[in-house]
Design a protein around this ligand. Sequence first.
Ligand code: 13P
Ligand code: SF4
Length: 320
Amino acid sequence: MFTTLLNQPNANPIPNDLFAAIEDLKKELNAVILAHYYQDADIQDIADYLGDSLGLSQQAASTNADVIVFAGVHFMAETAKILNPDKLVLLPDLEAGCSLADSCPPSEFARFKSQHPDHIVISYINCTAEIKAMSDIICTSSNAVKIVNQIPAEQPIIFAPDRNLGRYVMEETGRDMVLWQGSCIVHETFSEKKMVQLKIEHPEAEIIAHPECEEVVLRHANYIGSTTALLKYCQQSDSDGFIVATEPGIIHQMRKAAPHKTFIPAPAMSNCACNECPHMRLNTLEKLYLAMKNRQPEITMPEATRVAALRPIQRMLEMS
Ligand code: 13P
Ligand code: SF4
């Protein structure tokens, strides 16, 4: 039994049981579905591996599948392709970009880098393949502090593109770094004032936050970490309530892991759903099915860019 996508009479029919159809395609293609915590709950539920950016790169580096279906954003699928040039890497919606990656255009970054010729470049994985190709080491929110701590003290560092993570890493390591002034629209949307108000209403709740948040938000946090670290923290903590300052997709896993605990999304400045990543949420279960069925949209890039971007990713995997 098939239904057809509304307003698209010629589109591929969509099976009623998408979960079963995706499972069938997974076997047919020898595919693996890698998903980030910021995906819709049903995509999280069908994923073979669900994780943060570091975990997803490690899975992409070690998979035996022929096809990688990346339920995340463009830079994540690109990283999987850089690591797997001979595999087909699919992204359900090619428009699923990232405001942080967009905030670092390659030509401007090349100019910035040339102004600091003695610096090494450590780039957060949330950047394009072109920026990775101009970097010495890639990091994620879970290993940034560990990686910076491994760089000799006398070696100056450019950190790109996230100024909030960069500032947090500077504080944690005591290192001075030259920061590219990029940011994430989602993590900069939280209101300090509303969060403090929420904490007054729920004094027992702990505030947990992603390091992409602004300093004014992070200074109220009881714990700061990557999405995986936040998930582990709320399981291990004695607290029963948490105010969660990151994209609320992760709360699906928090509720599964600790069903008796309460998770409150940190409030955005305006009364909107601006704390949901508009890029991540472009992927849907239907688009994921269609991508597998049609073997597209596929991630591709020039081989020279891929080869140049591979080395700093490999350095990250070695240093993690
Ligand atoms: P992590 O996956 O490292 O927690 O980063 C979150 C994020 O913003 C991904 O886009
Ligand atoms: Fe990019 Fe922010 Fe969305 Fe992550 S949450 S994909 S950093 S825009």
